[in-house]
Design a protein around this ligand. Structure first.
Ligand code: NAP
Ligand code: FE
Length: 367
């Protein structure tokens, strides 16, 4: 079997990366649109550092701060218009996965004014290349800094769906863990669970070999050790922050080649219908996933256990951190939610050990 590894993002790692390596931004243009959510970019200090870097390089900027969690296509389209009107030559996205994913979509809308918002899913059919994107991450979760993926929410259906492809890569990602220090406890837990899910979901796909397997073998024990300590302390020791952030980037490199497995599309149902944060929503299906890995992928499962704990303990640590308050899904509801997979099951079902069917997914949704 052959597999590709392609990750062209220029990543700058370490504390003060933005201000020390500001010159890289000059290559992207002389004016940009900064894209953020309401608060994270400010609270983390990343916005202030970005403005300092832009001023130092004489790069002009406008700001769009209207990106919410699980970004709506309509906000991205609106910000794309703002980028075009203000003459932005690149997009500077600052935030967690939401602001970063939105930035990738905004870059498309900026150069394609004739696009209807939903046309982004058909971007491969003749769109103009997007504006370049630079990203500054402020959560230790999605790894969007290094993935060719943007997850958007359709305003009309409320359904989350990914836009993918080589033109979704950022040009530059500033990976400075200090911006995650201001992340509150609940968001830290959810994003850490997301990063860990990327690591184990990707690890159990067939594509996880060679160099990508090394990334998985690096971040699985690191992220698990952090989660285990958080579960024990019920707080986040500051010494874990850098490890969580770098772990999330390694895990992003894993899903960038391997993709995610069935917990991700199942998790979308909990986010869309019950507002459960992304990482917690995906981790809710970790038990089902690991049980199937033990049966259908025994060799890798032994290695996973060697890197973590016995499987009951791993499941206990995860379930201790997952809060599904307010979620109740009857078999009838599960049938309605799973109708979205009737025409075609997602690729992540097929790449999961044992290849999940729609019927099996429906049974896992009963909570
Ligand atoms: P997020 O939605 O970006 O942020 C969660 C919350 O944390 C927001 O309320 C945000 O506030 C706040 N926040 C962010 N950084 C902060 C900081 N340093 N200090 C204080 N508050 C901060 O969460 P996320 O888990 O990183 O991203 C989730 C999204 O990414 C989902 O849509 C998911 O589907 C997607 N995703 C993408 C990929 C990919 O490869 N592209 C992979 C997995 C998941 P503000 O909004 O007010 O700033
Ligand atoms: Fe995820």
């Amino acid at each position: 079997m052959t597999y590709d590894v392609f990750m062209p993002v220029h990543c700058v790692y370490g504390h003060n990366a933005v201000t020390e390596k500001s010159a890289l931004l000059s290559a992207l243009g002389s004016k940009c649109l900064i894209v953020t959510g309401k608060s994270g970019a400010k609270k983390s200090g990343a916005l202030a550092d970005a403005i300092e870097a832009l001023n130092k390089e004489n790069i002009g900027y406008a700001v769009y701060d209207g990106i919410g969690e699980n970004p709506l296509i309509s906000s991205c389209w609106e910000a794309g218009r703002k980028a075009a009107e203000t003459g932005a030559e690149f997009i500077l996205g600052i935030g967690g996965g939401s602001a970063q994913d939105a930035s990738k979509a905004i870059a498309f809308y900026a150069t394609n004014p004739a696009f209807a918002p939903a046309d982004i899913y058909g971007k491969d059919k003749g769109c103009i290349p997007p504006l370049p994107v630079a990203l500054i991450g402020t959560t230790a979760g999605t790894g969007s800094e290094v993935t060719a993926v943007s997850v958007l929410t359709n305003d009309e259906t409320g359904i989350k769906k990914s836009v993918k492809g080589p033109d979704c890569y950022a040009r530059i990602a500033y990976c400075d863990p200090k911006y995650t220090y201001s992340l509150p406890y609940k968001a830290t837990v959810s994003t850490a669970l997301d990063a860990f899910a990327h690591a184990y979901e990707g690890f159990f796909t067939q594509k996880c070999e060679g160099v990508v397997r090394l990334f998985a073998e690096k971040c699985i024990p690191d992220l698990y050790a952090c989660l285990k300590q958080i579960s024990k302390d019920k707080s986040v020791d500051p010494s874990l922050r850098d490890s969580l952030y770098y772990g999330s980037i390694y895990a992003g490199l894993v899903i960038n080649t391997c993709g995610t497995a069935f917990p991700h599309p199942l998790g979308y149902v909990l986010t869309e219908n019950f507002g459960i944060p992304h990482g917690m929503a995906c981790a809710a299906f970790a038990g089902h996933f690991l049980d199937r890995c033990r049966i259908f992928s025994p060799e890798k499962f032994s290695e996973f256990i060697r890197m973590t704990d016995d499987s009951d303990m791993v499941k206990e640590v995860i379930s201790d951190l997952v809060n599904l308050e307010g979620v109740s899904i009857s078999p009838e509801d599960a049938r309605i939610y799973s109708a979205r997979w009737e025409k075609a099951v997602p690729k992540n079902f097929i790449s999961s050990p044992g290849s999940l069917t729609r019927e099996e997914a429906e049974s896992f949704l009963v909570i």
